[in-house]
Ligand binder design. Structure first.
Ligand code: ADP
Length: 631
């Protein structure tokens, strides 16, 4: 990440460089940025502040009413209150942001993503006020901000586009004719659309007749622009995008691809770099087109060229995002570059430090977006206080990394005003499967309570055979979870292991209780004997014995016995059980309830009780109540 070396001296220098085509460009005065105002909130504001800090640049945060105590405000050197909680009265008000920058003497603004990051008027207003915008030129933002315009541009730059009609369509009869020419299925899209909104698939004339008018009026009400166009719907599509980086001298390089096919309602959920579908020659071909498009708009700064890819590896331009992308960390992990640092350097007038041949993709990185939503209730957004927020420990080894980009901390409030993303958990490994396994493990350790979240869903995907095999399309979620997500099913082996953990935990808890009442002074539990572990409807008899420092749990099924040796430093009260069973690592999150425990493991959540056999036998006679669900 950000090199601290640059903190030393940030002097004004003159740059006169030669660009990749060998032509000498007019020199641009390099002027170090002294103070950056981050026109954003949440994780991305924190992310930008981190790099600015590492570079020795001062930072200014802006905040709305409900972000008064937000992490990004705490992290910045200064902060400015910019208004009420609704974004259209604070983070989206250009004048307020410009005023805050002038007031604090910030000489540059980083917009993050969303909010004003792709707003032409904002970048013009900053220019007028003499403040640098850490992003591309106004013209690139304008052209690429419009789906119809950008596709026309792409066609001129000889970039493959999805077959379709590059103009706004005004009537249902025109729409029908165009759709028939393209051939069904087609996609009706709002030219000004974004964030996965404003598009619908039509499989027949009937769909177009019924949907075209409403697509137009939806576009008008959502984006204030009713221009709608039609393109071919690519079947079994993958979303693969290329990260580009340009400077003020006409140099543009690409930093490989990201696969973002795991989406829900056209919004990304899991991303990775590289893509399991892209080989060397395809990467080079996609990179070449992305660079051609970026050069066509004199792109400087970091940007992303999105492609939709069909099952035969044909790729078609979708759109270009002229800003830092949410999922940029996976590219940083596989290239070793800090993209925010590169954006700042370019804004200062430095030419790119590296050539295309210097960009090396090493290892594999995965990102999981942790959202405040309830996967069991059709992913309904969830708001409230993060009563517990304990992310897994970050790791920074050369071939194993865990990185968590977040803008919250324990006690933070997830409000209804903003994006419900809580964190972006990234893992890195030498191979795809290593990165996936590390992600599954990291997700299992991620402890969030107080709001609903999608961690169980994400960890379930990490363990799915199809995901692990890399057979992805943007329909992955509806195909794999046709009835929604109801929680993961555990295998018998997993349940037996959990039963052993339950016995371990129970023994420690009883031992601790006796210690407190002064009945016992032994160093560790000495508990011995037979127990029945119940998890939901499932019951397991277990024989328990302590030998040296481990708990020997004997799983008894009829006449058969299986010994599980549990070793762990877990102690009563801890919410995270990390241990080994017969030499294999096991992670369980534990919640303590009055007469039971709740175990959270590999995406499953179970109510667990441990009782002596005679009590368990008696309970069988009790009327049944549902133990599987937590209220
Ligand atoms: P937005 O600007 O709203 O993000 P995009 O054009 O980038 O819209 O599309 C978002 C997602 O919609 C893509 O990642 C893809 O899953 C789907 N999509 C868009 N266009 C097509 C298409 N022509 N065929 C199939 N899927 C598409």
């Amino acid at each position: 990440m950000g090199s601290a070396k640059k903190t030393a001296k940030r002097k004004t220098r003159k740059a006169s460089r030669t660009n990749s085509t060998g032509t000498r460009r007019k020199s641009v005065r390099e002027k170090p940025i002294e103070k950056i105002l981050v026109a954003n909130r949440g994780e991305i504001a924190c992310r930008v502040i981190k790099t600015a800090r590492a570079l020795g640049i001062k930072t200014v945060a802006v905040y709305s009413d409900s972000d008064h105590d937000a992490v990004h405000v705490e992290m910045a050197d200064e902060s400015v209150h910019i208004g009420p909680s609704p974004a259209n009265q604070s983070y989206l008000v250009i004048e307020k942001i410009v005023e805050a920058a002038l007031e604090t003497g910030a000489d540059a603004v980083h917009p993050g993503y969303g909010f004003l990051s792709e707003n032409e008027a904002f970048s013009k207003a900053l220019k007028k006020a003499g403040i640098r915008f850490i992003g591309p030129n106004v013209e690139a933002i304008r052209v690429m901000g419009d789906k119809i315009e950008s596709k026309k541009f792409a066609a001129k730059a000889k970039v493959n586009s999805v077959p379709g009609y590059l103009g706004s369509i005004k009537s249902t009869s025109d729409a029908l004719k165009i759709a028939q020419d393209i051939g069904y299925p087609v996609m009706i899209k709002a030219s000004a659309g974004g964030g996965g909104k404003g598009m619908r698939i039509a499989y027949s004339d009937k769909d177009v007749s019924q949907g075209f008018e409403s697509a137009m009026s939806e576009a008008r009400s959502s984006f204030g622009d009713d221009r709608v166009f039609i393109e071919k719907y690519i079947e079994e599509p993958r979303h693969i995008e290329i990260q580009v980086l340009g400077d003020k001298y006409g140099n543009v390089i690409y930093l490989g691809e990201r696969e973002c096919s795991i989406q829900r309602r056209n919004q990304k959920v899991i991303e990775e770099a590289p893509s399991p579908f892209v080989d060397k020659s395809m990467r080079a071909a996609m990179g070449k087109q992305a660079v051609a498009l970026a050069k066509a708009v004199s792109y400087e700064s970091a940007g992303t060229v999105e492609f939709i890819v069909d099952k035969d590896k044909n790729f078609y331009f979708l759109e270009m995002n002229t800003r830092l992308q949410v999922e940029h960390p996976v590219t940083e992990l596989v290239t070793g570059l800090d993209i925010v640092e590169q954006m700042i350097r370019v804004a200062e007038g430095h030419p790119l430090k590296m050539k295309q041949s210097d960009v090396k993709i090493r290892g594999w990185a995965i990102e999981s977006r942790i959202y405040a939503e309830d996967p069991k209730r059709n992913f309904l957004p969830s708001i409230g206080r993060l009563v517990y927020y304990r992310p897994p420990a970050e790791i920074s080894e050369s071939s194993r990394k865990i990185r968590n980009d977040t803008g919250v901390e324990e006690g933070s409030e997830i409000s209804l005003y903003y994006d419900p993303m809580i964190a972006k958990l990234c893992t890195y490994g030498a191979t795809r499967l290593e990165a996936i396994d590390l992600m599954a493990e990291a997700l299992d350790q991620f402890d969030i309570e107080g709001i609903n979240h999608n961690i169980a869903f994400l960890t379930t995907v990490m363990r799915q055979k199809r995901f692990r095999s890399g057979r992805l399309t943007t329909n992955y979620i509806p195909e794999e979870f046709p009835d929604g997500f109801t929680g993961a099913e555990l295998s018998l082996v997993d349940r037996e292991r959990l039963a052993a953990v339950a016995a371990f935990v129970h023994a420690y808890q009883t031992w601790r209780a006796k210690q407190i009442s002064g009945q016992l002074a032994s160093r560790q539990p000495t508990a011995k004997g037979d127990w029945v572990v119940q998890m939901g409807e499932w019951m397991q008899s277990i024989g328990l014995e302590w030998k040296d420092d481990s708990c020997h749990a004997t799983i008894r099924n009829g006449g058969k016995e299986k010994l599980l040796r549990v070793i762990s430093n877990w102690r009563p009260g801890q919410r995270l059980f990390l241990g080994e069973i017969n030499g294999e690592a096991v992670t369980v999150q534990i919640r303590f309830r009055a007469n039971s425990l709740i175990f959270i493991h590999k995406g499953a959540e179970l109510v667990v009780t441990v009782r002596p056999p005679f009590v368990a036998d008696l309970s069988k006679l009790m009327p049944k109540k549902d133990l599987g669900e937590r209220s």
